[in-house]
Structure formats: C-alpha cells, structure tokens
Ligand binder design. Structure first.
Ligand code: AMP
Ligand code: ZN
Length: 469
C-alpha cells in the first residue's frame, strides 16, 4: 500500500510503527456552527482510509478532536448570552448527527480541547523547561520557533523565507513576541472569555497545542498518520510538529496526509459570496450517501468542484449500484438452490478481477475514483451475467462483492426491507415479556431497535401502541 506523504512529497510504501496496527489522528472541526460541506471532505476521505485499512486487517486507533474553545465559539456564545460550552456541545451533537448520516464511523476517541487542559499545561511546561518556549510579561507563553531547527520541514518553507513574509505573521495583541515567527501556546484571559488557571496566568490555550497533546495522550508520542485539510499544513501542522518533537524528543507522525479543498462552482466557498452550504442544507435535497459518493469520485488530494450537475451525476452513479443490488436481491428470491455451474465458477473468477482492480486502486494512495470505476465494472458484469437462470450461490457471490466494495467506501447500497407489522407485533410482545421478567436492558434494546426502524412506541393504559415516525 502506498501513501502520499506531505513530509517527503512522495508516495511511500506504508509501514506502520507496529505490525497490524495503525494509529491515526485527524484534525476535527471547530464547533460553532453546523459543519459545512468542506468540513465533510476530510471526514469522508479519512473514514474511507480507515475502512480500507480495517479491510486489510489492520486494527485502527482513530482519534479526531473537537476544537471547543476558540474565538468564534466565544463570539457566538456572547451573541446568544450563553456559555461557550452550550454552543460547543450543541454543535458537537449536530456534527455527530451529520457524521452518522454520512456513514462516517465514530472515532475510537473524540477528545475535546476543554477536557485536556491539564495535558496542555504539562506540555507547555516541558517546552519552557527545555528552552523551546518563554513567558512574556503579560503571561502569554510563546513557542520559540527558531529553537526548533527543523521548523518548516512539512510545508517546505525555510525560516528566512518566512521572515520576509513576517508582517503577515504579526497578530495584533501579540506584540511581546521575541520573534515574529513565534506562536502562542497560552494566552491571558480577556473579559467575557472562559479561562483556566495555569502557572503563567489565568487564560486559555492557543489552538495548535491541543492536537499535540491529544495525539500524545490517546495514541502515544509517535503515530502512523496525521491528517486534515491542506489548509492545515501551514501553520497548524507545522506548529504541531515543532511542539511535539521539541517536547517529546521523538519524531511525531510518520505519514502526513492532506485532502484538497472543496470549491463551489470553481470559487472558494464563503458566506459573503452566498455559496456556503452546510451538510444539513444538502440533506434537504439529497440522501447524504450521494454527497459521500460525490466526494469519493475524485482523488482526495485533488481540488474538488461542487456543482448541481456533478451532484446529479453522483446521484445517478450511486443509483446504478443500488439498482443492481436490488435486481440481484429480486433474482435471489426465486433463484434455484444447488451447485454453481462450472460456467458460473469461471465467471466469478473473472469478477474477482474487478475486486483486484479495486484493491490495486486503493493501494495506490487511496485512488477512490478508480476504485469506484472498478465497482461500476463489477455492476455491469453482474447486470450482464446474473439472470433468472443463475444459481443462488452465483447471484449471492456477485451481490456480496458489490456490497463489500461499496462498504469499504462507506456506501450503503443495499436497501433494508421495510419492517412488517407482524415483526413489530412480535417485538412488542417480546418487550412486554422482558419487562415482566424485569429484563429492562432487553426491553430498552427492543425499543431502540424499533426506533431505528422508524417505529415509535407509546405505553398507554390500554397497552402498548405503535406508530411509524
Ligand atoms: P475547521 O473547522 O476550519 O478547523 O476545519 C475542519 C477540517 O475541515 C479541517 O481538516 C479543514 O482542513 C477542513 N476543511 C475546511 N474547509 C474545507 C474545504 N473547503 N475543503 C476541504 N476541506 C476543508
Ligand atoms: Zn489539529
């Protein structure tokens, strides 16, 4: 498996630090609003990387943070006259709903910055002790960029080039820096802002330190993959490397992966241009599986242009796969049991060729565009060779292959049959018995199963009633 590493600017053979295991950290969103479709790109892309690695047999420890303290969150909290935590908790919950609808698996751990302040204070203290950070008069702690000789190795910038552009690095209120290239690790509190007690002053962390700390805590000093959108290469990821490597004295991430940007009709998405879409906006028009399919139809490192026509094309593409699986299920209902014919065995060997093509595409730096073409070829093959005369075993094998490859991409292509009234009644009966036997865990589980199938239960005096939500 080859992975493009931003650090070396080359595709490299993937060799994890520990055999059979992958540790992966993906920078998550700042939670002050519903996530937009640009934020959905890294979620979908790196979820697909994770799924493919799991398919290959790796155990993946996947960590993705929520930045829940930040200027934008504080601003929104002040506008609404509430606490920053109310805003961040609200949008974390909304983000998780969108992730579920996009079929993005929950991370192994979703840490929140505000719950990791102690770890940040520890790492900042270490950096001060080792001479990589200093405390300014007002209590701000800065990272001393020039103390880290390899600064710039990820973004391929050198310190002197950066110096010539240093005016842009001067941020108002940060005038006690020893060098314009230094960046904030901890800053003093301001009126109306959340703060924590630290040895230097009451205040809050700078943005970059949270990821160094959470990555270390949940994955260790050295990790396999660190990922995010390409806008994070500089300064965020460059600063994370400086902090982590200076504090831990070890290399940080082996592979740095970055997705390209999503643009709208070839323009940067922005509220002022009126071309800003949240994932929720798109869900009003499309099943979010279509958005997922659309994102994966391009290579993750390429820029991706969002337009109504391309979304329609994605919808048609996904429909082709769903229809094919639906047809196979229809044929399976009346297909004959019994052995596969030798001609069918021969055909299945041919079909395996498409699976190999899918794997080869994914092994080549997760080329999902080519991998999806391989699924289409398999679909065409199944449409051509699966018919009323085919054996059950043959149809089942074709269907399983299509569903398996789609599932690696996180695409749900098999429609679950609607739950029937008899099944509902049987589950309600079982729930009543479980309640009588004081097995409340099972009773709750049944309620949950039914909720997921869109059935709402109501316990009334006359007994249990149900309705479709
Ligand atoms: P943010 O909340 O801005 O920190 O972004 C969360 C993640 O979304 C980061 O990995 C960003 O790089 C990524 N991201 C933000 N905007 C876009 C975009 N238009 N296209 C692709 N990725 C984006
Ligand atoms: Zn980060």
């Amino acid at each position: 498996m080859k992975v493009y590493n931003t650090l070396s600017r080359k595709k490299e053979e993937f060799k994890p630090l520990e055999e059979g295991k992958v540790s992966m950290y993906v920078c998550g969103p700042t939670v002050y609003n519903l996530i937009h479709i640009g934020n959905a790109r890294p979620m979908i892309v790196f979820d697909t990387v994770r799924r493919y690695m799991e398919h290959k047999g790796y155990t993946v420890n996947y960590v993705s943070n929520f930045t829940d303290v930040d200027d934008k969150i504080i601003k929104k909290a002040n506008e609404e006259g509430t606490d920053a935590s109310v805003i961040s908790e609200r949008y974390i919950a909304e983000c998780k709903k969108d992730m579920e609808a996009l079929n993005v698996k929950p991370a192994t751990t979703h840490p929140k910055a505000t719950c990791e302040i102690d770890g940040m204070i520890d790492m900042i203290s270490t950096l001060i002790e080792k001479g990589h950070a200093y405390v300014a008069e007002d209590g701000t702690v800065y990272f001393k960029t020039r103390s880290f000789a390899e600064y710039g190795k990820l973004s391929h910038k050198n310190l002197d080039d950066l110096r010539s552009g240093e005016r842009s690095l001067l941020v108002s209120g940060e005038d006690q820096k020893q060098d314009p290239l230094d960046f904030v690790l901890w800053k003093p509190k301001k009126e109306g802002e959340p703060f924590w007690t630290a040895p230097w002053c009451e205040g809050r962390p700078g943005w970059h330190i949270e990821c160094s700390v959470m990555s270390k805590k949940y994955l260790g000093d050295e990790i396999d993959i660190h990922a995010g959108g390409e806008d994070l290469i500089f300064p965020h990821h460059e600063n994370e490397i400086a902090q982590s490597e200076a504090a831990n004295g070890k290399p940080f991430a082996k592979y740095w992966m970055h997705n390209g940007f999503l643009n709208i009709e070839n323009k940067k998405m922005s509220k002022s241009l009126g071309n800003f879409f949240t994932v929720r906006d798109i869900s009003e028009k499309y099943d979010l599986q279509v958005l997922r399919f659309f994102m994966l139809s391009a290579h993750y490192r390429s820029p991706l242009n969002f337009s109504a026509e391309l979304m329609e094309a994605a919808k048609n593409g996904l429909d082709r796969i769903v229809t094919s699986v639906g047809n196979l299920n229809f044929l399976l209902e009346s297909a004959q049991d019994g052995e596969m014919s030798s001609a069918e065995e021969q055909l299945l060997t041919e079909a395996k060729g498409f699976v190999d093509k899918f794997d080869a595409s994914m092994d080549d730096d997760f080329n999902t565009a080519d991998a999806i073409s391989a699924i289409f070829e398999l679909v065409k093959f199944a449409n051509t060779h699966g018919d009323a005369g085919s054996s059950k075993a043959f149809l089942q094998a074709l269907k399983e292959e299509i569903v398996m490859l789609s599932d690696i991409c996180g695409l749900i292509v098999e429609k679950q049959p609607e739950i029937l009234e008899e099944e509902i009644e049987a589950l309600i009966q079982e729930r009543q018995e479980a309640r009588k036997a004081k097995n409340f865990a099972r009773a709750d589980e049944i309620r949950e199963i039914l909720t997921q199938k869109g059935i709402v239960l109501e316990d009334t005096r006359e007994g249990v009633k149900w309705k479709r939500a």
